[in-house]
Design a protein around this ligand. Structure first.
Ligand SMILES: CC(C)(COP(=O)(O)OP(=O)(O)OC[C@H]1O[C@@H](n2cnc3c(N)ncnc32)[C@H](O)[C@@H]1OP(=O)(O)O)[C@@H](O)C(=O)NCCC(=O)NCCS
Length: 254
């Protein structure tokens, strides 16, 4: 827990349910790239997900930490604290009015000082996000690998398979409520957000039969994507595929 430490004019502490609208407003203004339809934060239901997460007694090692000025959220960070592996920074964002004043840097340092379990951190940042890249490099992070996000359209289904249809999107409460979910279809894990399924294995991504089953269960899903190492030759960019984004995995100690 981190409660109300003051750093300059900012009070830094763990987010509460009543902070959800201000955090959500920062998310909407800060993360609007071409990749957003493919991820959980790009779905309108992410606000409800966040609210419920902040409401529940948080027993996991995930924390949303906010920096407030005069009671209003100026910045937040979504972090997962680990002991056997590096901590993970899922996202950090500063409301536009407060940018360029060192707030993100102060927030990260305060998190590390107060609740950091290990001094090692990992994160993913889009290639195109040059200000975030510069900030992470200034904090001492370096790139360890580059990922490519490759998408393809799923061929339309001629007939719905009644067997997979039992995993229908209507029965998936998370998908209904938040617009994203994790599912197991044919013993394979997949993450669904909006109209896209993220495959976690190149074999699944290239398997039309598997993708057809996903589409049976989730008829709105019309595209698949995979995030793999940029050098991974198992995921070639074929004519029916498109590159969504590139991101860097970075590691840093502070
Ligand atoms: C990236 C972001 C979090 C930086 O927040 P911030 O409070 O403005 O960052 P800081 O003032 O702490 O900047 C720290 C360093 O980052 C770099 N930096 C930050 N913003 C920059 C910009 N727009 N242009 C160039 N460098 C920048 C600088 O090196 C800066 O150090 P300096 O001021 O000593 O030169 C903020 O721009 C933001 O919220 N962006 C949208 C969300 C996002 O992209 N988050 C990161 C990906 S998860």
């Amino acid at each position: 827990m981190l409660s109300g430490h003051r750093v300059d004019n900012f009070s830094i502490g763990t987010a509460r349910a009543e902070d959800v609208d201000e955090i959500w407003a920062i998310i909407r203004t800060s993360f609007r790239g071409s990749h957003s339809p493919y991820i959980a934060t790009g779905q309108s239901g992410y606000r409800s997900y966040l609210e419920e997460m902040l409401h529940d007694e948080n027993e996991s090692n995930r924390r949303i930490v906010v920096a407030k000025e005069s009671g209003r959220v100026a910045a937040f960070a979504d972090v997962t604290l680990n002991t056997a592996s590096p901590n993970f920074l899922s996202r950090i964002a500063v409301a536009p009015l407060y940018r360029g004043r060192g707030l993100a840097t102060r927030l990260m340092k305060e998190i590390q000082r107060e609740i950091g379990t290990t001094s090692q951190w990992e994160l993913d940042v889009l290639h195109s996000n040059s200000s975030a890249h510069r900030m992470y490099r200034a904090l001492g992070f370096r790139t360890t690998s580059t990922k490519k996000w490759i998408g393809r359209l799923i061929p339309a289904n001629d007939a719905l398979d009644p067997e997979t249809n039992s995993v229908h999107s209507a029965a998936d409460q998370a998908y209904q409520r938040y617009g994203f979910t994790r599912v197991e279809i044919q013993d394979r894990l997949a993450s669904i957000a909006g109209t896209a399924v993220r495959c976690h294995d190149p074999g699944d991504f290239l398997d039309n039969g598997f993708l057809a089953k996903v589409r049976d269960g989730f008829p709105r899903v019309d595209r698949a994507f995979i995030i793999s190492d940029a050098r991974d030759s198992r995921v070639p960019i074929l004519p029916d595929m498109f590159e969504i984004a590139r991101s860097d995995r970075m590691i840093g100690t502070f």
